[in-house]
Design a protein around this ligand. Sequence first.
Ligand code: ZN
Length: 225
Amino acid sequence: MKLHNIYRFFINIIYPNICPCCETIIEYDGDFCDKCRNKILPYDSDFIIKHVDEFTAYCYYEGIIRHAIRKYKITAKGNSYYAFAFSIAQTLRRKRLTNGLDGIVYIPMTKAAQNERGYNQVKLMAKELHSLLDIPVYDALVKIRNTKSQKSVSAEARRSNLKNAFAISDKVDIKGKRLLLIDDVCTTGNTISEAARILKEAGADMVIAASFAKTRDIHSKNLTN
Ligand SMILES: [Zn+2]
């Protein structure tokens, strides 16, 4: 049993692992209960994102997943970020996208936003992915300015709204690295695209992107990224 699994096993005794959708108690290393898993719509599109070598997602942002993500956005408690990371890891393995990856990079929040919330959920997911895939996490991206909520701007303005929102941390050298860029929900792909553009500009050799969920309609009004 891996160290990370032993940790989850013991934590589970105090805080039982729950399904992120319905809160039923599940196995200590499980992601969703069987009933909910059967209702999840697996992602099966070939969405192309500029600057990204390949994009994939675990499921569509539909039905019970909308509810699970709303809860995940509110609190870091519970099983959500582990379950989402587990699902991404499964998807990447199935598509043989984990081979040769050097590091995991996540979509950052501004310092102010992170201080307000206390954590960055996508970073929590990245840490779980590190344990699941044995790939290090690089704190490579920094969000340097607050972008307007994406839902408040027109589709044409979305791209320029994100322009230069990210920078590369001077503490991390990503030259020649093959990276996995992760986010929780992908809507238009503009956030991932802009982050990938910056990573490639800084010398990254390859950027594979994965989100837990992907909206079917790129004009979804319910999400900001
Ligand atoms: Zn459930």
